[in-house]
Design a protein around this ligand. Structure first.
Ligand SMILES: [Zn+2]
Length: 125
């Protein structure tokens, strides 16, 4: 999954939102710095940039929905694959124990231990 485009899209929105404000400052750092023109007095370029920013935002929202859907799907698949692997591992472990007197004792730190065969396999279900 490649999400490199998200940063680029967000950067473009940031730039165009700035252009909508005619690249002026809300709090000008110096007296020479441009201020944001009031609504109703913005340039044609600012208005164009504002409309483009709205379109870009719609595209980013659509793209975020795609990324979200893919993440949810991959997380679900990952979980399913892990569950199958754990089930197989547990079945394998149970099958591998051919202990005639398998009565493992559980220790909260060491886990299961069978004195008869020395294995850490849990008791047969
Ligand atoms: Zn045993």
């Amino acid at each position: 999954m490649n999400t490199d485009d998200l940063e680029e899209m967000a950067g473009l929105i940031h730039f165009r939102a700035g252009a909508w404000q005619d690249l002026g400052y809300e709090n000008p750092p110096t007296p020479e710095s441009a201020t944001i023109p009031p609504l109703g007095e913005r340039s044609a370029n600012a208005i164009k940039a504002g409309h483009e920013a709205v379109k870009d935002i719609d595209q980013l929202i659509a793209r975020l929905h795609q990324v979200r859907a893919q993440l949810v799907s991959e997380l679900r698949q990952d979980s399913d694959i892990r569950a199958v692997r754990v089930d197989a591992m547990l079945a394998e472990r149970r099958a591998a124990v051919a202990c005639p007197d398998h009565r493992p004792v559980h220790d909260s730190e060491l886990g299961w231990y069978c004195a008869a065969c020395g294995s850490d396999a849990p008791p047969d279900a």
